[in-house]
Design a protein. Sequence first.
Length: 255
Amino acid sequence: SDFLKIQGLEARIDADGTPKEILKGIDLEIPKGEIHAIMGPNGSGKSTLSYVLSGREDYEVTSGSATFKGEDLLALEPEERAALGMFLAFQSPVELPGVNNANFLRTAVNAVRRARGEDELDAVAFLKAVRAETKRLSMSDEMLKRAVNVGFSGGEKKRNEVLQMRLLQPSFAILDETDSGLDIDALRIVADGVNSLRGPDFSALVITHHQRLLDYIVPDRVHVMAKGKIIYSGGPEVAKTLEKQGYTQFLEAAA
Ligand code: ADP
Ligand code: MG
Ligand code: MG
């Protein structure tokens, strides 16, 4: 597949002056239209992988490659990745005091539209689009008038993130849902958002250690990650095995 292809990816971070290797040779292919999940114990490097794919600066790729839609992903700026259709949902959404949520969303949407060569949405067109989505998500319009994520509950932050994703209509979304404290409602909001985009032109990488999330978003493939490597890949049944038996057997088989 030439949709997303990661080969031998190694990356490190500068930890107070000492380079720390985190990704130790990741191979992963996600075809167009497929939803893949990555599960793994805390500290495996799951979030690091999502940051490297999204272009966060703190990480140094030391080996390997990643191509997205035939482009050298690692050579692209984060905005160029977004323009190609990538969307990254952050584990802990940033709070932006003083920044109006509607304006923030419109700026983000229009930046991507511009980069894709599409017309920008004016205030009226944007409001129309956003109202259709807030209704769908049972979100109050009042949340659009508030500062971005400031004082939002966990569920409201998730709705806001899904709202942004639905407005941007990505062809590839990376969702890192490893934060604890995601209740069932929040899991459902995320799952409904992903499932609503499901189709031949939408792929996703769902990173989670909530097996339950994968009851709602049934993935095509599940990859188990440990110590910077993918140690096992299988179908959706892998999530069930993990729920029942934990990581031990996968870790032992890989050792
Ligand atoms: P996961 O998401 O699977 O829990 P992470 O990618 O967050 O794993 O972290 C992988 C490893 O890299 C952990 O051992 C973590 O402590 C380390 N790490 C991540 N970010 C930093 C950082 N900024 N400085 C030092 N070590 C880090
Ligand atoms: Mg972690
Ligand atoms: Mg993480």
